[in-house]
Ligand binder design. Structure first.
Ligand code: CA
Ligand code: CA
Ligand code: CA
Ligand code: CA
Length: 402
């Protein structure tokens, strides 16, 4: 009797045009399969029978459908999160319930999602649909991230985009938006359309104004410098190279040749050579100079991690095709000395990120390895020995951090 009453309310509101959702009459029921492609559907009954409400986007409140649904099906291809509270609230782990179903299109009976204090069936008050798992839970397109050096106020020649003394991250979303992650869990969008970039690099201040700068390569092989404004934002970009498409890995190094200019770039080509493009005072590049003659084509990552071995000279870190990580100590004149292995099993990382002293202990050469869903911090002891220190979860493999 109660359920029939609810259906009557729903039908009445729908007829008045007060609802954004559409309603299928119960007598047309063929279970969960009624949910149309591309839609998120809530069902009155746990077996998919009864009235159905369909949606194309997130809902912060459900109006007449509040505390109504006992089943759901998600055919949007997006991640779905279903909340027992309105406005996607989950602030009380005892009395609030949230169900995250991922992108699966399987029908879900909400009845099992209950305990002594709360339940989800007939208690759904909002839901969120999002491209990534973390956005589904947090509502933010960016990954919520806390800097290991937040509050430690270490000196940061690189990895500190807003000059507050703490390591920060730059983050590209699935949609191509660029966010500045200051390290306190918040982030600010500073660009859109960044999916056209296939290289994203940073390594301190390259044009001498005291603010860290970004280097990118676009799909046409053009190399760009985006000067930072020192406050977490960007100034208009400057073209610093063309014809860079065939180069394999490209990394910004800081000052690698010892001339005091910190915009040096190192790259490898398919013939096995290693090249240095020395930075000029304004951040543009000198003609290239060969600094390695063979074997570099097999390297799958190059990282300008700063001074890893604490001799005052910036070093190059490289990963080979077997996943071994090598430290190539910088000579201070643009070349590299005899290599030393500092890691193995690094093949799984889609990206290795060098941000200098990430945890603020005064030792540079810390590294992040990113392999969705994990961002793993490797702390450098100051001599090139790496220790795994912390993990951040729930990163999406379509996202990029640098
Ligand atoms: Ca910072
Ligand atoms: Ca700068
Ligand atoms: Ca230099
Ligand atoms: Ca060094």
């Amino acid at each position: 009797m109660k359920r029939v009453f609810r259906r009557a309310v729903v039908a009445g509101l729908s007829a008045l045009g007060l609802l954004t959702a559409t309603v299928s009459p119960a007598q047309a029921a063929t279970g969960y399969d009624r949910c149309p492609a591309g839609r998120f559907c809530l069902f009155d009954n746990a077996d998919g029978t009864g009235a159905m409400a369909t949606y194309s986007g997130s809902m912060a409140t459900l109006g007449a459908y509040d505390n109504w649904a006992a089943g759901m099906r998600n055919r949007t291809g997006l991640h779905a999160c279903v909340y027992s509270q309105p406005n996607h609230a989950y602030t009380d782990s005892v009395h609030h319930v949230v169900l995250q179903t991922g992108t699966s299109s399987e029908a879900v009976d909400l009845t099992p999602y209950q305990d002594a204090n709360s339940r989800l069936a007939n208690n759904v008050s909002s839901f969120r649909l999002a491209r990534t798992s973390h956005e589904c839970m947090s509502g933010a397109a960016y990954m919520v991230w806390y800097s290991p050096s937040w509050g430690r106020q270490g000196v940061q020649p690189l990895g500190d985009f807003n000059r507050d003394g703490a390591t920060d991250l730059l983050f590209r979303t699935v949609a191509g938006a660029l966010y500045f992650q200051r390290g306190d869990g918040t982030a600010t969008r500073i660009g859109v359309g960044w999916n056209s970039m296939n290289v994203l690099q940073r390594h301190g201040d390259r044009d001498g104004d005291g603010a860290e700068d970004i280097v990118t390569r676009d799909g046409n092989g053009v190399l760009w410098m985006y000067p930072g404004n020192g406050m977490g934002g960007l100034k208009p970009r400057v073209q610093i190279g063309v014809g860079w498409s065939t180069l394999r890995n490209i990394t910004t190094m800081g000052d690698f040749n010892g001339d005091g200019r910190r915009g040096d770039v190192v790259t490898n080509d398919s013939s096995g050579r290693l090249w240095l493009f020395a930075g000029r005072a304004n951040g543009t590049l000198e003609p290239r100079k060969q600094i390695g003659s063979s074997g570099w084509q097999g390297m799958t990552a190059l990282v300008g991690a700063g001074d890893v071995n604490s001799d005052g000279k910036n070093d190059l870190v490289a990963r080979d095709g077997s996943g071994n990580l090598w430290l190539y100590p910088g000579k201070g004149t643009g070349g590299v000395g005899a290599r030393k292995q500092i890691g193995s099993g690094w093949k799984r990382f889609e990206r290795i990120i060098g941000l200098g002293d990430v945890n603020g202990d005064g030792r540079y050469g810390d590294l992040y390895g990113k392999d969705a869903p994990l961002l793993t911090l490797y702390r450098n002891n100051g001599w090139g020995s790496l220790a795994e220190e912390g993990l951040d979860y729930d990163w999406d493999d379509r996202e990029t951090a640098f």
